[in-house]
Design a protein around this ligand. Sequence first.
Ligand SMILES: Cc1cc2nc3c(=O)[nH]c(=O)nc-3n(C[C@H](O)[C@H](O)[C@H](O)COP(=O)(O)OP(=O)(O)OC[C@H]3O[C@@H](n4cnc5c(N)ncnc54)[C@H](O)[C@@H]3O)c2cc1C
Length: 505
Amino acid sequence: MDQQVKDMPLDSEKSTATAAEHFDVLIVGAGIAGIGSAYHLQQQNPETRFVVLEAQSDFGGTWHVHTYPGVRSDSDLYTFGYRFKPWDGAPVASGVEIKGYLREVIEDNGLDRHIRYHHKIVRAEWQSDAKRWTVTVNRSSDGAELVFSANFLWMCNGYYRHDGGYTPEWNGMADFKGRIVHPQQWPDDLDYEGKRVVVIGSGATAATLIPSLAPKTSHVTMLQRSPTYFIGARNVNELADLLRTFDIDPAWIHEIIRRQMLQMMRDFVGRATEDEDVVREELIAGVRAFLGEDYDIATHFTPRYRPWQQRIAFVPDGDLFKEISAGRASVETGEIECFTENGILMTSGAELAADIIVTATGFNFAPLSEIPVFVDGKAIDFSKTITYRGMMFTGVPNFFYVFGYFRASYTLRVDVLGDFVCRLLRHMDERGARVVEVELQPEERAKEPQQWVDVKDFSAGYLVRGAHLLPKRLDTEEWQHSQDYWTEVKKLPDVDLDGSAFHYS
Ligand SMILES: Cc1cc2nc3c(=O)[nH]c(=O)nc-3n(C[C@H](O)[C@H](O)[C@H](O)COP(=O)(O)OP(=O)(O)OC[C@H]3O[C@@H](n4cnc5c(N)ncnc54)[C@H](O)[C@@H]3O)c2cc1C
């Protein structure tokens, strides 16, 4: 570690455009990934000087940005929580509870002194001669432009644009007299009491929002082009509740329930792959159990895709279905012809009257491309790089990216990569190396790079729209994001850091 670096004051807001503050590691983002990575770095490599730069005014990322009514996880918090911080609530948690959990992680570990809010990174440049990154930051609290330098960048910036969600363009939108709202920017003053609301979309966001809105509105319609899979179940974990009655250490309970959830997840994903038709029928039957035999399940709740080709939305206590059964919410399946003054006209000729239209239509995918990255003056186009296990990229030295799993809780990967990056940094210290780059062998260079993910395997809308932005993969385990927690958790600790993929200098 750089002695000169260690001696510098860690005084927030001190930097100026002329004097770059230097850190060993600069973590981008204080969401669930940035906070977890900061924790691991502090625990595992306590000598490392690091800073977390966050564009928003507060921590939480997704859980700070999304404030729509009812916002909650769709994973259980035993696995969506960190492995090191026990969760003691109901499995599915509200956005407020998740922020509370993250706040405790920050406070319990003194991470707040490392985080600087209102610091938006607008450019990052690697200089090979100096062997460091120079990072330009806009500080939104006073408009200052700051410069930081760091030996390593640890990108925990998530995968979507935080300043606005994705809304398709429909004809006639400007004619609509009511309000059009995207859940990612839910207005504090939105009065939906007694109003007719149409929610476009049927993913986890719509499934969350509708039961929360419905009791207050005159009616909510979930408008979908095609159906989605849901799992409705009680939001309890009986084993956790039982263990709690025995006065067992919460850390043990967390670990036991985590293993239970992971096993269940693994079995389910396995069955969904091997026994696709059986799982499809089970999922549909689960919805039928809530809505009854007379409900038109074939039209509204029978998806056209395979289970797990997209994330399956969990419906705690079947709340969405209960609102439909009670008649406060309904489902319309079909194509939108256009917006009208008073609502939406479907291609079927049906008209949906609305005072408010909510476009729960997803994210603007922005994995790495939003921050311009340069290496020795040359702009990096990440879609031209090849990824090492979905976390490092050819031609980009000293750079790590945390991108979670599609079919398992995102945070699982934060912990797994936290261990890996910390081990790699220690290894470099031991070797006396300052630069690490991943490199393809000649026979690997001859291979045809493929898209990061095969959209036939996982086809979430944001990925289909944004697949071209992502780095490429090869057909070997090393050179792709495996999407398999169970493989990674076993194999990453044993990866030979002196293997041929790594080049040190
Ligand atoms: C409503 C909702 C519910 C979800 N529920 C689940 C779930 O149950 N299970 C699951 O696995 N996944 C879920 N997800 C996916 C979720 O986004 C991830 O699980 C996780 O929260 C992502 O964490 P992150 O820290 O990587 O990214 P984010 O939460 O997106 O945080 C990234 C942070 O980086 C900051 N940042 C970005 N660019 C810059 C920059 N240039 N300069 C400085 N700071 C920057 C952002 O401001 C942000 O604070 C959900 C997503 C949403 C929207």
